[in-house]
Design a protein. Structure first.
Ligand code: NAG
Length: 218
């Protein structure tokens, strides 16, 4: 009898965990958990500082009115506002970025392993897209103008390209306090130490010296 009750409880627990809690960062068990950046404790997320020590500044960031410096090879700059900038975002499952694009600037193909992204164009326009997982690898593509909104589902490879002669500004929200970024080209051709060129050559079905040339760009 005791075993049956236990199994039933375990099954109910499994059920309750299978919806909601796994959609993004884990659900809150308290009003907030402002990250204690001094703590040496290591948990999934960051430990909370004492609630009595929490102040309004723990939920505050200033500076998103300022353009990031997009004068780089790709012509884009991401200003992130996640748990690293706002300690109060710890355990809340949400964060923000501002992205500035130079004329013909690109936010190159990348993925956020821990979050879905919803992006809106504040100024200018963007050619955006994402690609689904194997085996379809279906490419969804759309041109966005000022005020348009587009969603990049969690974990999928996506990009934004400013196909015009003037700058573009976008704001995006992400469903994690710490979305993470994996840029495809950097991971494959710019890792440290490098992935051996014969491995990359076989993966991409090109000559080894083509891979060496690609790796030299990073
Ligand atoms: C950029 O715009 C030009 C001119 O409208 C068009 O021909 C080209 O296909 C566009 N490229 C991308 C990647 O959006």
């Amino acid at each position: 009898m005791g075993l049956r009750v236990f199994l039933l409880a375990a099954a109910l627990l499994a059920l309750s965990c299978s919806h909601g809690a796994i959609a993004s960062d884990p659900s809150l068990l308290q009003d907030f958990c402002v990250a204690d950046k001094m703590s040496q404790v290591r948990v999934n997320g960051l430990p909370c500082k004492a609630a009595k020590d929490v102040v309004a500044e723990d939920f505050f960031f200033s500076g998103l009115h300022m353009a990031g410096n997009a004068a780089n090879k790709q012509g884009s700059a991401v200003t992130a506002v996640n748990v690293a900038q706002i300690a109060g975002l710890n355990t809340l499952g949400i964060s923000l970025v501002r992205i500035d694009y130079a004329p013909y600037g690109l936010n190159p193909p990348h993925t956020h392993p821990r979050s879905t992204e919803i992006l809106t164009v504040i100024e200018g326009s963007l050619n955006v897209g994402f690609v689904t997982s194997n085996p379809e690898n279906k490419h969804f593509n759309k041109v966005l103008n000022k005020g348009d909104v587009f969603v990049f589902p969690k974990g999928l490879v996506h990009y934004q390209f400013n196909n015009c002669t003037t700058g573009t500004v976008a704001i995006a929200a992400l469903s994690s306090q710490n979305p993470g970024v994996i840029t495809m080209a950097n991971a494959v051709f710019g890792s440290n130490p490098s992935i051996p060129d014969d491995i990359v050559a076989k993966a991409f079905q090109v000559e080894k010296n083509t891979v060496d040339w690609m790796q030299a760009q990073f």
